[in-house]
Design a protein around this ligand. Structure first.
Ligand code: ZN
Length: 148
């Protein structure tokens, strides 16, 4: 990856950390909590699912820049997807952040900026926390998510 692209990626992450999108509560929807003890990231994900479609997605929480930016980008990415598409996107995202450093970055739109965490194995859990939490919310799983 060239430096210009890396700067762009860093900029997107910093922007979403500073001004997280959909940082709010959704009343009456699905709600799930997740925790990454390794870094201390905490996230609550809210999803409004109607007729098998994610109509709205939001989150609240505290964490490092990667965790917040990832949650913010995720809420934007999930809105409007069917539940099946959302599960597929989760799988694609997981595959991307856990793939070897030298493998090509898949085109997942803005989510591709988070491929940068592959260089920092401890950050992979920060980036995937919100996704695991959203997956549990989609699955209707009651247990809180922990990345450990
Ligand atoms: Zn973190």
């Amino acid at each position: 990856m060239n430096d210009g692209l890396q700067d762009l990626y860093r900029e997107v992450i910093l922007d979403h950390n500073r001004r997280p999108r959909n940082f709010r509560v959704i009343e009456g929807g699905r709600r799930h909590e997740g925790f990454n003890p390794l870094c201390g990231d905490r996230v609550t994900v809210y999803l409004k699912v109607e007729d098998g479609v994610v109509r709205d997605a939001a989150f609240e929480g505290q964490g490092c820049a990667i965790a917040k930016a990832s949650a913010s980008l995720m809420t934007e990415a999930l809105k409007g997807l069917t539940v099946d598409e959302a599960r597929k996107r989760f799988a694609e995202f997981q595959a991307m952040v856990t793939s070897p450093l030298e493998s090509p970055v898949p085109d997942l739109g803005k989510l591709s900026v988070l491929a940068g965490v592959r260089e920092f194995p401890t950050r992979v859990k920060c980036a995937s926390l919100a996704w695991h939490t959203a997956k549990a919310a989609l699955d209707g799983d009651d247990a809180p998510v922990s990345t450990e």
